[in-house]
Design a protein around this ligand. Sequence first.
Ligand code: ZN
Length: 442
Amino acid sequence: MARAKNKKLVNYDLTALDHLVPAIAVTLRELFPLNRSLTGAGVRQTYRILRRIGRFKVQAVPSGKKVFDWTVPPEWMVRAAYIKDAQGKIIIDFKKNNLHLMGYSQPVNRWMSYRQLIKHLHALPTLPGAIPYRTTYYKKDWGFCLSQRQLQHLDRRGRYQVVIDSQLKPGHLLLGDYVQPGPSRQEYLLSTYSCHPSLANDNLSGLVLWAYLLKIVQSTRTRHSYRFTVWPETIGALAYLATHPGLAERLTGGLVIATVGGPGRLGYKQTWQGDSVIDQAVAAACQRLKIKPLLYPFSPSGSDERQLSSPGFRVPVGSITKDKYLEYRYYHTSLDDLNFVKAEYIVKALKLYLATLQELEKETLLHSNFPFGEPHLGKRGLYPTMGGASYGRRDLDTIRWILFYADGRHTMAAIAKKAKLPYSRIRFLAKKLQAKGVISAS
Ligand code: ZN
């Protein structure tokens, strides 16, 4: 039997999160070495470990399935991958660092010259000690990534044996989810991605924060519904949306949890609307925790907010970050490791995520019960008249603004801000409209 949930999320003590540091550090170390990709054993193992922290279901989508304009790729499996020199010495080995092998590399086993090999090698001259992260999900290819220093040590007249013992075969793409139901009409999405191998900030930090946030939400009672999802970036988001028709319309908003464990400042990437209920909740949470985040206006590059905000879905999705992807030097390189990411940084970001959910819990959205045109105010005694009413002609404007924004996407505070009217008046009149059954608040 499930334990009774007595504690409300809104009352959760944020300082208690500091006690999670040791447990998060253990989870980071356990998950870091796994070879995650769009599919495969590393993702399965990652989900198994995450499910020990918070409960969630895993749905398998078969390879070859069409999802909108995309097709679910085959499953990728790697047993070994290395490059040997003419003396038989292994000089690059996937076993040492999974970033050495380009993600989704095809199988190879042959000798070749330096000139042939170099076409398949990737290094970063600007960060000579780092191994870059590369993938070839949708183009049949293979490659190795190595540091610029390793590259410089290769003998240009040498011959090399390249072995990639990999397999690409029909399998499954895994989508994890959990829905915590709440009594209000609001539902929020909390999403992260599981496709990056040994890279700590992007996005092991996101996976770990997501799992602990899930655990906390599961231990509390909430007013709203929260849908937690984990999937490989892009194709996973599309596969989930394709297999959950009508979901995007029901979602009030969402947050993509990505790159939340770096030493830098907390940041916030706004939703495409910029002033949605999510943006307001993040702003209120920052104010409460006295945080001044780096603000990133929405842009259509980034993570799964790209899919979720696309014209067919248009969910307002933001992202709280701590060293945002593309912004830090070690992004997508082997230096994005557990020296860069720390459990205590993740806890800082977790506090802001949790505080944001607490702000959302306080939000009430207005829904018109007569959304097709204006309701008839006169016949309900709501049309302001000169005598007797507790409100006057001047309130008609305010009532119209409330009705205009009562689309299930706006709080009273948001309406006050947009219409440039006093909040107290909006609240007073919204109550009247509610009492007469013209709008509902949920
Ligand atoms: Zn990435």
